[in-house]
Design a protein around this ligand. Structure first.
Ligand code: SF4
Length: 313
């Protein structure tokens, strides 16, 4: 659980989620038997929701196909949804003492500096270069301790701006001896950041709001208002419905949602409509009506929660 919760997430942010998850779902079977909405509600606000969906699918797979027995070996763990080489190595070494080295950003940094490895870490094949070194280095008796120590060392001493003056490896370290700390690790390709603009229409009729469950993409399984994806500014001619049949209430501030390679700008437009047009929009856009209390209970992306906390209906 902690390895999945902490992917791309800081410990202080992930800890309360971890605690709530293990309290609500103390066994694999308990998680497997929960509904997807309940699982997503527990994950609400933590982001990267595919982790929650994969975790749920994995719990079902273990419960139904493996008779509830959690796999213990690196190669078996790799077959689980949402478990990649890093997570499989962390689980198999920390929980089951298998000598499987972990490689994360901290390990790349320390190992490349210590051994003077200048291969580009943004290339997938470079992983094997590091793996070869680490397979020889890993403590076969205490692989879990070794993995945690090397990651911690990269996070606390051999940081992006390293604390070489207090480092016990100074004499043997290639980067220190060659003053190459700033140049290692080598990472040539930088991902481009894409900007997107989400315009949400909050359609209300006598205390009921139209929402739907997202079928794909980053927020799959979460609930959202009627969405129009467009440019930075939206003209009423671009609206997906006839705004003359609706009464404008207010436009929200813009919310910024940061993802690894993407920035999403969100803005909310609150309209009230009559019963007839409400039903029409519901059918036209495959939406469902929910009371305000239900809207609060449904699992939603963090930006929609932030919006709901700012406005009063
Ligand atoms: S001497 Fe500096 S660069 Fe080398 S391992 Fe230690 S902290 Fe990292």
């Amino acid at each position: 659980m902690s390895e999945i919760v902490l992917q791309q997430t800081r410990i202080d942010q992930g800890l309360p989620y971890y605690q709530r998850f293990v309290e609500s779902f103390p066994t694999v079977t308990a998680l497997a038997n929960a509904s997807e909405d309940t699982v997503l509600k527990h994950w609400e606000g933590l982001g990267y929701y595919s982790r929650a969906r994969n975790l749920h699918a994995t719990a079902k797979y273990i419960s139904e196909q493996l008779n509830g027995k959690f796999p213990e070996q690196y190669n078996e763990l790799l077959k689980l949804k949402g478990v990649g080489p890093y997570t499989a190595a962390a689980i198999s070494s920390i929980c089951f003492d298998e000598a499987a080295p972990v490689i994360d950003g901290n390990v790349f940094r320390f190992v490349s500096r210590f051994f003077g490895i200048s291969e580009d870490i943004s290339q997938a094949k470079t992983r094997n270069v590091f793996l070869k070194v680490l397979n020889e280095l890993i403590d076969k008796e205490q692989p879990g301790e070794f993995n945690q120590a090397i990651m911690e060392f990269g996070a606390t001493v051999c940081k992006p701006s390293p604390d070489c003056e207090h480092c016990i490896f100074r004499q043997e370290c290639y980067a220190y001896q060659h003053k190459a700390q700033k140049h290692l690790p080598v990472k040539l390709s930088k991902p481009t950041i894409q900007e997107k603009y989400f315009h949400y229409f909050v359609i209300e009729c006598e205390g009921r709001f139209l929402m739907k469950q997202r079928k794909a993409s980053i927020w799959k399984g979460l609930y959202e208002f009627l969405l129009f994806e467009g440019g930075n500014n939206l003209d009423s001619n671009d609206y997906p419905f006839d705004h003359n049949k609706a009464r404008f209430i207010q436009t929200s501030d813009k919310f910024r949602h940061l993802l690894t390679h993407r920035i999403i700008w969100l803005q909310f437009y609150h309209y009230t409509v009559g019963e007839k047009y409400f039903s029409y929009l519901m059918n036209e856009f495959d939406l469902q009506p929910y009371s305000y209390e239900e809207v609060l209970t449904l699992p939603k992306p963090k930006s929609i929660i932030n919006y709901l906390q700012q406005v009063s209906f």
